[in-house]
Design a binder for this molecule. Structure first.
Ligand code: EPU
Length: 426
């Protein structure tokens, strides 16, 4: 396992690119299972979670070439075979392979998907939805086995038990080739789901309403391959913007889609952060975010974490570092995961005044100086958070288990170094 050593107290300055969205890329790669042939997918982040998923696709005999963020994937000779735990156990996102394989082959055998331990994350919601869609499900100690049953044909309304992101994606993937119409109700509306739907539409799928809580799909007989470009990662963008604000630097976070971060912008504005959204691209959906130094930050009375368009759970922990520097008491109300406040213990070690009331509620009072310590990454987003804290801490911080951070942030230390951070990997 590697470590980051970070010498805090330097302001960051300069331009930084945002990579393609991890949680869109993974689903889009899974969707290539649905049609035979060659795809070119641009803006794919070179991160561990994507590499792991590509290993699974190679195991299914897909041909993969991945250079400079361009992924060429050929699914001509793809086969359906059981996916064991050693392949799926690393990656929660592998759960969407169920929808893609069921959609294409009518059956799938897969071990429990793994990933960050950030909550009780069984796949009940997925299984319930697959049953509604017409899948027969068997389970033993190693595998789930799903197969279409005779009720698979015809028009269906699927009511998701909760607005789950990957369950919504699974329903889309399993429905686009189904014989009949599918309506997904209580669908999650995250931009990554919409990106998957746009990708599938470019393969000739008939999908309406992705990005809202009701999605309508008319099944088609066949899909074709396509070329595509993945949206920028809104979570990475938010994290880099926070890095600029806390270090009181002049940072330009390049080419993001501001609409995906509306509530984030509203919240950092209410904190008094200085930033500007500059629409400098011919395509007006993209903009650069120009961060300039802020002297005093206000607290957030309540940061309420909800499914999109609510405040994203994946930016909850990074916001906590801003709160340690705000003048007063902030509240974090994490409604989504049960185990996503663990990083606060590490921030406390660094000097943050914080208290965790229960698994969903925490308070942070600032401003407090932070001090470099030996700390450990608990999950992907907590890892990014500890880097943020280390950037403003006095002295040296040692962050352990940084492979967890590599799952979702491409060469983060090199990019921060370019902005002036003193960070090295050992
Ligand atoms: N939940 C609620 N209420 C809801 C919807 C969900 O409480 O209305 C709870 C669920 O019970 C669960 C949690 O929220 O505890 C998240 O549920 P969901 O099923 O939506 O999560 P997921 O599909 O497993 C994806 C992302 C996560 C991201 C969540 C929420 C992928 C591969 N993963 O997970 O990403 O946090 O949606 O936006 O797309 C990450 O990238 O670090 C990450 C964990």
């Amino acid at each position: 396992m590697s470590k980051f050593l970070i010498e805090g107290g330097r302001s960051l300055n300069g331009d930084v690119e945002v990579m393609g969205a991890k949680n869109a890329g993974m689903k889009i790669i899974a969707a290539t299972i649905l049609a035979k042939g060659k795809y070119q997918i641009a803006n794919v982040p070179q991160i561990a979670d994507i590499f792991t998923l590509l290993e699974i696709l190679k195991y299914l005999k897909a041909k993969v070439k991945f250079e400079n963020h361009l992924l060429v994937i050929d699914t001509d000779n793809l086969i359906n075979r059981p996916l064991p735990e050693k392949l799926t156990g690393q990656l929660r996102g592998s759960v969407v392979l169920i929808g893609a394989l069921l959609g294409r082959f009518g059956e799938v055998k897969i071990a429990q998907p793994g990933g960050c331990q950030i909550g009780a994350r069984p796949i009940d919601t997925h299984l319930d939805a697959f049953r509604q869609l017409g899948a027969e499900i068997k389970e033993d100690k190693d595998f789930y086995y799903l197969q279409w049953n005779k009720q698979n044909q015809g028009d269906k309304i699927i009511v998701l038990p909760e607005m789950s992101v990957t369950a919504t994606e699974n329903m889309i993937l399993a429905s686009v080739l189904r014989n009949g119409k599918t309506e997904i109700h209580i669908a999650a509306a995250e931009p990554e789901i919409e990106d998957l739907a746009i990708f599938l539409r470019s393969m000739d799928a008939k999908i309406n309403g992705a990005g809202t809580n009701k999605i309508k799909i008319q099944g088609v007989e066949k899909l074709k391959t396509t070329d595509y470009q993945i949206i920028p990662d809104r979570i990475e963008a938010g994290t880099l913007i926070i890095a600029g604000i806390i270090t009181k630097g002049n940072v330009i976070v390049k080419k993001i889609i501001p609409e995906h971060l509306e509530l984030f912008f509203l919240k950092i504005k209410s904190m008094g952060a200085n930033f500007e959204i500059v629409y400098s691209y011919p395509d007006k959906k993209y903009a650069d975010i120009k961060v300039s130094p802020t002297e005093k930050l206000n607290p957030i009375i309540k940061l309420d974490i909800r499914p999109y368009p609510g405040f994203p759970t994946d930016l909850q922990a990074p916001m906590a570092v801003l709160m340690t520097q705000a003048d007063g008491k902030s509240e974090i109300f994490e409604t989504m995961f049960e185990n996503r406040l663990g990083y606060i213990r590490e921030l406390q070690k660094m000097g943050a005044k914080a208290s965790v009331k229960n698994k969903h509620l925490a308070y942070i009072t600032g401003p407090t100086p932070l001090f470099g310590k030996k700390i450990t990454t608990l999950d992907l987003r907590a890892g990014a958070t500890l880097i943020l804290a280390a950037l403003i801490a006095k002295g040296e911080t040692e962050i352990n288990k940084v492979e967890i951070i590599d799952r979702g942030y491409e060469k983060i230390e090199q990019r921060l170094k370019k902005l002036g951070a003193k960070i090295k990997r050992i």
